[in-house]
Design a protein around this ligand. Sequence first.
Ligand code: NAD
Ligand code: 89V
Length: 344
Amino acid sequence: MAKLSGALIGCGFFAVNQMHGWRDIDGASIVAICDRDPERLRIVGDQFGIERRYGDAAAMFAGETLDFVDIATTVGSHRPLVEMAAANRVPVICQKPFAPSLADAKAMVKVCADAGVPLMVHENFRWQSPIQAVRAVVDSGEIGRPFFGRISFRSAYDVFSGQPYLATGKRFIIEDLGIHILDIARFLLGDVLSLTARTLRVNSAIAGEDVATMLIDHEGGATSVVDCSYATKLATEPFPETLIELDGTDGTIRLAQGYRLTVTGRSGTSVTDVSPPLLSWASRPWHNIQGSVAAIQKHWVDCLAAGKEPATSGADNLKTFALVEAAYAGAASWQPIRINELLK
Ligand code: NAD
Ligand code: 89V
């Protein structure tokens, strides 16, 4: 199979992981990069040996023949860049959060569908190897039908030094981190009927909420609690581990801190170490996330080659994005929010 030629837009903090991921994938290579900031363009271009560099995305689309584009900018530029990719008939990956609002997200999905352009949201947390291990147990039937879940991310890790913009937005933990944890809840327990949310801001130095607790009714009848905090100081900092409890009709799954997976089910109890791989370019504690970047990018290349819809396509991600909107609306109103109403 011929290698796919890709381009990356946005050469900031997280894009470096994506560039490492692309370098490890046989079926694709990044042939051009773009950033409005000449210094970021120089750093990433020199680090990864990319000669074709652009300060403007429109100039890049005009100057390159691309099989796909990978958008790694922050959310404000996602809609115009996705629309530009669709107008140029270039398949597109877009980082999370996909859009500033659900209305923008719907418009972005439509513009790509109308142009016949594949669209994947880089929603990578479900691709973390411990999360995939939990899903494999659910799929095996070992615990029967799951009826309860707790998907939990509690930390006091300083995310603001790497991503200073996280301290300034009116929305913080649900939009940035909760979006991943809500997606994991959907991945493990299915789509959502309604969501109830409460939020708090504990850290007075930031603008948005840093604690969120959500109660979810899933379509299949399960109930889950999704709880996120960046104000939780623990004896051993767990960042960036998502901890999981699932209760099923025939057993339980517990993914505990330290990547310890305990399954009690039809064949008894097993305890397994599901630590993520430490890729050659990865560093702890980010290796869990870095491994998932490599996995989702490989999935994209496999899907493009096979003409299949990616697991976290734009259309799929609308159902996760709707949970984010529901959480903010529900926290403001203290009312449960019906998800179907938002997706109409
Ligand atoms: P960043 O600010 O460090 O980098 C963004 C880069 O994009 C900057 O260099 C900026 O100059 C460039 N840029 C912005 N608009 C542009 C445009 N129109 N054309 C060209 N370049 C443009 O941000 P970051 O921390 O790397 O985050 C980028 C995205 O990745 C965000 O959406 C963030 O939420 C997401 N992210 C995802 C994960 C994950 O695990 N999936 C982790 C961290 C960040
Ligand atoms: O995934 C993210 O977008 C990151 C982090 C994991 C630090 O929350 O902001």
